[in-house]
Design a protein. Sequence first.
Length: 147
Amino acid sequence: MNPRTRFRVNTPTVTHETIDGESVIVNLGTGNYYSLQGTGAQIWALVEQNQSAEAMIACLKHCFPAAAGEIDLCVPRLLGEMLEEQLIVAEPLLGAAPLRPEILPSPGAFETPALQKFTDMQELLLLDPIHEVDEAGWPQKKADVTV
């Protein structure tokens, strides 16, 4: 990965929430949803900070020095998967975004991050009427009809 690249959440197409160490991510364009737990949720928190892969690796190595070799391999792999699923966007790194490690979940034990993909709600998520919004927004009051 290019060290002069940073990553951000692919908003507004992607929405997400992190609860109790699990990041749940929904791609509203595809209807797929995803789960990242443990170390994966920490990497997601770094993506939310618009960090580069290099900064993410350095931060994780600080939290898990014994897993340095594995971190070098798993961070680019996970970022590649998230790019492929259109969950994140790569952008040029114009300036160093301040790293805020205090917002990361507590490290616990290192576990190889895995992006879990779920497609079972795809049809339901794509049927959501919020997808049929025009410039006027949603919901809209129907015009009075005189008979």
